[in-house]
Design a protein around this ligand. Structure first.
Ligand SMILES: [Zn+2]
Length: 394
């Protein structure tokens, strides 16, 4: 094996690191081109392998000027810079490449797309937006629109999100429906905060026109009634979740309790809470139920209910609340012991109970409609979960 081929072997890990662009690179063509590589290229690779990126990039750029056939390698290199967070270097390479006069239209738009991504990832949204807009005239139109949507989501420009998503949603796929529902809900939530009730109602209607039984519009519609003092309507709206998505009731439970107390419907709500618990003994629901039963019902009923739950489906969450009740009724001689045990269990529950993204596993203390880690909508379950392996210390 001669020295030149050996260099390419050394370069292989670089290509594996480059990700999707590498997948588009015709390696045979690159290897063919390697046989024509000038000496300066090897110098550049040498710098790269020694992590001397400044010298490497200079060598590659100078090689590029002398040898136009090395385009693929430089594109890969620039993507590598971008992935390492060295955006200025990626931008420089792409700008230099764009300055060449021998580019086909297809090549030019490919490099423009890469440059747009450099700006996007570097947080220069204005520049990225301008390039994505220019790419609307090319066959990369849909890709560019999808990237624009990402920017508008980060900027929370929900109106533009609706506009772009509507253009992209050519089919009736659930992914687009879910996104559009949330964009309308985001606008509705903003309008509610500003007390623009009709505007909120309008956005919620649009969200519901997409999917009649979507959960978030129901929660917000209840909120709209609640904030305007229409407590019965709010109560009824939230209770529709009983039929549609009982597991989402914990997201409305605080409001339901507030309305029940205000309107004297405590007994009515308690009866329902007991039923819900048998179907979904979730953390928030168990906690609120015990609290509400203690305030407005009979603690003995709560004791019996939790004992039943512990037998049916033992869980740390239920045990935690059960110990709280036991501590209130136990013989004073045992109180200190019970309290100590409860403290341990409660500590675990508080520390480990999290909302969790089902897509990427990101954990959060409060429920989120959009995952900040993977950017997906509605991937958080409506209940906090405790991961048992975390308790075991794995
Ligand atoms: Zn996620």
């Amino acid at each position: 094996m001669n020295e030149l081929q050996l260099w390419w072997l050394l370069l292989l890990p670089v290509f594996f690191g480059v990700g999707w662009v590498a997948a588009r690179i015709d390696m045979r063509q690159v290897v063919r081109a390697s046989s024509r590589l000038p000496r300066i290229y090897l110098t550049g690779l040498n710098h790269l392998l020694h992590d001397e990126l400044d010298q490497a990039i200079e060598a590659f750029l100078s090689a590029a000027r002398e040898n136009p056939a090395t385009l693929e390698l430089q594109l890969a290199l620039a993507v590598l810079f971008r992935r390492r967070g060295e955006f200025d270097r990626a931008i420089r390479v792409h700008q230099e490449l764009l300055a060449r006069e021998d580019l086909s239209e297809e090549r030019r738009s490919e490099i423009l797309a890469e440059l747009a991504l450099d700006y996007h990832k570097a947080g220069f949204f204005d520049r990225a937006e301008a390039l994505y807009a220019a790419l609307q005239q090319t066959e990369r139109k849909h890709w560019a629109l999808a990237q624009l949507l990402e920017i508008y989501q980060v900027e929370k420009d929900w109106r533009k999100c609706i506009d772009v998503a509507t253009r992209l949603a050519r089919d009736d796929s659930p992914v687009w429906r879910v996104r559009l529902i949330h964009y309308h809900c985001e606008l509705a939530a903003l309008a509610l905060t500003a007390e623009r009730w009709d505007e909120a109602g309008h956005h919620l209607e649009q969200a519901r026109a997409i999917e009649r039984h979507a959960v978030r519009p129901i929660l917000l519609e209840g909120e709209r009634h609640f904030l305007q003092g229409r407590f019965e309507a709010a109560f009824e709206e939230w209770l529709t979740l009983e039929r549609i998505a009982v597991e989402h009731l914990p997201l409305a439970i605080d409001r339901l309790m507030a309305v029940a107390e205000r309107c004297g419907w405590q007994a009515k709500l308690l009866k329902r809470m007991r039923q819900w618990l048998h179907r979904y003994p979730q953390l928030d629901l168990v906690e609120r139920y015990v609290e509400f039963e203690a305030r407005h019902g009979e603690p003995a009923t709560a004791m019996r209910l939790l004992q039943g739950l512990l037998r049916q489906q033992p869980s740390l969450i239920v045990l935690d609340e059960y110990l709280l009740l036991v501590a209130r009724h136990v013989d004073p001689a045992w109180l200190a012991d019970v309290e100590r045990v409860r403290e341990v269990v409660h500590g675990y529950v508080q520390r480990l109970a999290r909302y969790r993204c089902t897509q990427c596993g990101f954990k959060a203390r409060r429920h989120l409609w959009r995952c900040p880690a993977c950017g997906q909508w509605e991937t958080f379950g409506p209940a906090r979960v405790i991961e048992i392996d975390a308790i075991a210390g794995h």
